[in-house]
Design a binder for this molecule. Sequence first.
Ligand SMILES: NC(=O)C1=CN([C@@H]2O[C@H](COP(=O)(O)OP(=O)(O)OC[C@H]3O[C@@H](n4cnc5c(N)ncnc54)[C@H](O)[C@@H]3O)[C@@H](O)[C@H]2O)C=CC1
Ligand SMILES: O=C(O)[C@@H]1CCC=N1
Length: 277
Amino acid sequence: MKQCTLAFIGGGNMARSLIGGLITNGFAADNIHVADSSNETLQTLTNLYPVRTFTDNTAAIADAEVVILAVKPQQLQAVTRQLSANWSKDKLLISIAAGIRLDDISRWLGQEQAAIVRAMPNTPSLVQAGATALCANDHVETEQHELAESILRAVGLALWVKHEQQMDAVTALSGSGPAYLFLVMEAMQTAGMELGLPEETARLLALETAFGASKMALESDESACVLRQRVTSPGGTTERALDEFEKGDLRGLFSKALTAAASRADELATQLGQDHE
Ligand SMILES: NC(=O)C1=CN([C@@H]2O[C@H](COP(=O)(O)OP(=O)(O)OC[C@H]3O[C@@H](n4cnc5c(N)ncnc54)[C@H](O)[C@@H]3O)[C@@H](O)[C@H]2O)C=CC1
Ligand SMILES: O=C(O)[C@@H]1CCC=N1
């Protein structure tokens, strides 16, 4: 894949997933700078990957073409302001923080013309099965669009949304989504154990079923709805189970859950978008 110097500010869970995926895909570890305020986090990272680590955020971005902000939304303002003095307009900034808006980042950076992309990846990026949506401000050049996309494509699906507002829906669907599916896997494993299966048997059957269903849906021309119907024999076992899900309003629950997540992203943007110098 195309090489560049890539600096991560924040080397936590999501940065680790992206870094692992990028290196597995042939991105040179040497070209990856990671700054974190926690020495322990940096140590954990260097035990895994031969990246270059920094405790000084400014030093980490010095010769970077792309800077990925991977700190919590609550830290984003302080970190961006700290980088502003050493920002040059040829750099591309990618923020993966939930909620925080392009205009706020640009104002904190103190550069109206700064090229900024918002990306919402997810943790399966670690195994090159991530799903990321991106949106850019008007100052991102064509080449920078391609660079941002190629970085995220290296770890899975990468697609652009037209309107920044849609990033809250993306965060609710695919950013947080792995957690919902892990919960489903946990619940299926537990239910299998309650029905008498040994723990490891229930775990493997639950995980492989989730993997198989997802792979099949991705490779099929049919909708998930049609594939579900093919499993469901009239008067059979699946029908009984699905009746229980419908009675418990599983669809309504998903709708409520994703709406709550999207509202939280908007709430974070409003709360944390206020300036504090
Ligand atoms: N975890 C996930 O599944 C996803 C997370 N995100 C976004 O990614 C961002 C990071 O999330 P996580 O990796 O889960 O959090 P995390 O807490 O695991 O990582 C954040 C890291 O930032 C470091 N940090 C804090 N203040 C710093 C500073 N001033 N300078 C340098 N480093 C500093 C912390 O020590 C920590 O290692 C968040 O904004 C989140 O919204 C986006 C998509 C998915
Ligand atoms: O829970 C969060 O806020 C982050 C954003 C998407 C996934 N994790």
